[in-house]
Design a protein around this ligand. Sequence first.
Ligand SMILES: [Zn+2]
Length: 129
Amino acid sequence: MTAHDPSVPRTGVAVWLTGPVCLLAALAAAYFVLQGPGNLFGYVIGGLIVLALGWALISVFLPAKPDKQCPACGAESVGRLDPHTTRGLVCAECGWQDAEASSFYLAEEEGPLEPMILKGRDARGRGTR
Ligand SMILES: [Zn+2]
């Protein structure tokens, strides 16, 4: 997923569903307040538990993958700018760079992150005496 330009309005079905979903949430809250806990409370708590379990299962079986598509040229050639940090992206095709973008998923895919994190701590003065 590429970064969204805040100056461009979002479009799509999800944007149009925001209003109705918020209205339904307000109506459900009003119903809950006016009718008392009753069965609705159990259904809501059960739904939240199912949602949390579903989210955990999705996260386990479909882990996040890094987006390697370049926002400038569209090629699948984005890599890490600096192999020693989890910051910065660079495109091997067109040379596009973003020094502030997170390259955490790319770094995670390449290997263990602990040496990089420990090195960053040492650089900031933590973990040393
Ligand atoms: Zn590019």
